[in-house]
Design a protein around this ligand. Structure first.
Ligand code: HEM
Length: 237
């Protein structure tokens, strides 16, 4: 299954949305919510690391890892290394971001893992880690047989997109949850901050949609497949 569009221009719009979302989350946490810190008496500053690391680290870098095959004019073996390294960084920053949420809860005396957002979050990060580990062993080192690689590849692509869509949806849930907490305090429901958070969620969803569209587009590469992963493109689905 491949969508008949040229992926490259779509990736430019995706990069632009990624930059906008990254600026929005930094403006929100630093200018509206007091800043970022790993150690602080104001525990909200520890929480603020959570959306920053989850959005810039996990969602944006993870999305860039997925579209790297279509967005970079490089040889496939180089793109493969970029793909797995970007996913590794996204996974590491995602784990750090979740640790920041736990640290904030533990130091503020708040219960852990009580919300749907947190349950889906644990599911997403576990599936992401699982996907990275078996894919590293199968497609990179030590590597499986050509037959095994080509039969597992469609599962790699479909699970990768499924987990990514779940991650974007869960980020939207996280924005909703935090904004609802703030609005049940004193925050103006139609104020600047409320609009900033809601638009940030929309930009995140649009970025996620373009990542999925890019991944589902036909590979524009004119070179023949160099390995058994069907041209190593999500359009192999
Ligand atoms: C895919 C990205 C995300 C994942 C995997 C994720 C995961 C998690 C996890 C596992 C927790 C539980 C921490 C604990 O119980 O101590 C949590 C808490 C929280 N997260 Fe996220 N998160 C993500 C993105 C976001 C974003 C973008 C926001 C926006 C502000 C956010 C807001 C919250 C809030 C308010 C909490 C505390 C309340 C709760 O536990 O539900 N999250 N997150």
């Amino acid at each position: 299954m491949a969508v008949g569009i040229n992926a490259m221009p779509v990736t430019f719009v995706a990069h632009a949305l990624a930059i906008i979302a990254a600026i929005m989350v930094l403006v929100w946490t630093i200018s509206f919510r007091g800043g970022l810190a790993w150690e602080a008496t104001n525990k909200n500053l520890i929480f603020n690391l959570h959306p920053v690391l989850m959005l810039i680290g996990f969602i944006i870098l993870g999305g860039e890892a997925i579209i790297s095959y279509k967005s970079l004019p490089l040889e496939k073996p180089v793109k493969k290394v970029i793909h797995l390294v970007l996913h590794a960084i996204a996974l590491a920053l995602g784990i750090w971001g979740i640790c920041a949420a736990f640290k904030n809860h533990n130091e503020s005396g708040i219960a852990n893992l009580y919300s749907l957002h947190s349950w889906i979050g644990i599911g997403v990060i576990s599936l992401y880690g699982f996907q990275w580990l078996y894919s590293f062993g199968l497609f990179f080192y030590p590597g499986g047989s050509a037959n095994l690689r080509s039969s597992v590849f469609p599962w790699h692509a479909i699970l990768g997109l499924f987990v990514y869509i779940l991650a974007v949806g869960n980020a939207a849930l996280g924005f909703l949850e935090k904004l609802t907490f703030l609005e049940s305090g004193k925050l103006d429901k139609y104020g600047t901050e409320a609009f900033l958070v809601n638009f940030m969620a929309i930009v995140t969803i649009l970025f996620g949609a373009l990542v999925v569209l890019t991944a589902s587009a036909k590979s524009t590469s004119s070179s023949p497949p160099v390995d058994d992963e069907s041209n190593y493109s999500y359009s192999a689905i």
